[in-house]
Design a protein around this ligand. Sequence first.
Ligand code: PLP
Length: 403
Amino acid sequence: MRNLWVETWRTELQRLEEQDLLRTLRLSHPCGHGRRRIGENEYIDLSSNDYLGLANDPRIVAALHEGAERWGVGATASRMLAGHTEAHRALEERLASLKGTEAALVYPSGFQANIGLFSGLAGRHDLVIADRLCHASILDGIRLSGAKLERFRHNDVAHLEAVLQSAGRESIVATESVFSMEGDTAPLPEILEIVTRYDALLIVDEAHATGIFGKQGAGMWEECHLPTGPDVPVILMGTISKALGCQGGFVCGPRTLIDYLLNRSRSFIFSTGMSPALAWAAVRALEIAVVEKERRQKVLHNAELLCSLVGHTPAKEPHTPIIPVLIGDAERTMRISGRLLDRGILAGAIRPPTVPDGTSRLRLSVSAAHRPEDLRHAAGVVQEEIRTPELWGRGSSPKLGGG
Ligand SMILES: Cc1ncc(COP(=O)(O)O)c(C=O)c1O
């Protein structure tokens, strides 16, 4: 027997390797205080999205056990069949209450939530207008829907309005509230104003804002004091997998929207429900994130500290836990991240297709769990490594800040 496909895959992998775009897995083990062990060595971890330091919290681990004992580890079926439990209901009620919406729907992951949301709402005759830097899950959901996709320049409300004007029909507008690779924030009040004026629908991905911003930790929508009732044409999507330290995604909005998704969202209907044990853990994580305000203050304080230490000024306030250090080409980014690893720092090397060509970067992310002395040390090492002259040709240098 001969499998010709293997040769094709190998050739493609070689091509990726030659372009410094090959992705591989690395085993690691969390060891507290925003640190991680790889093999025998311990690293300061600036690459996780565990913004509130909750992923290993014993109270959430205990809730996971309790949830597994009460409802099982797996949901055993789609939520439409046997897979819907009290744990899911509790989580959805709490999410809706936190976000100030009538209802919520949880999915096994944020990626699945975006896929199911966009493909469930839009169809071949619709237009979706997305910020240029929207996440892959949003773009894939739009592609799957068959809707026409237009992009507006990143955070450029004048361009968004121009696209809406020329669209001449009702559209869906998509943005993130905190951008995953830029760490900057969308001008949500202005976007809502434009969207309302054009009778469009706004979908905001709060993956990197939920649990961090706003009086209750609901996200950037709350931070901006924006309305959420059933008459407001907005859907708030988010994930439980980042600041809340668990796993899963959600959609919050009017009750009718959730009923509609129950009937139209294929990634919800045709997939086993989110683990009930995880749903119960997420209920606990949500409680902790809301009540322990000091965690939210700490992560933002740490973000400000690391920003100032690496000399990054965000495009506008507030600081977010994501700090991009723009390097440019993929090969150099990989080399710098390798050198950082040699010196005990884990920093995400972000390359195309995650970011546009020529904007490869280090993505530094901070957590409430980090100790200031670790951040100071890490910042010093990052500064030294990105300024190493042999990494740079004459006239070029790293840029601290967005891409
Ligand atoms: C903006 C954004 N949306 C959605 C997702 C997907 O969420 P999850 O990791 O829960 O699948 C991510 C994850 O990277 C993200 O950054």
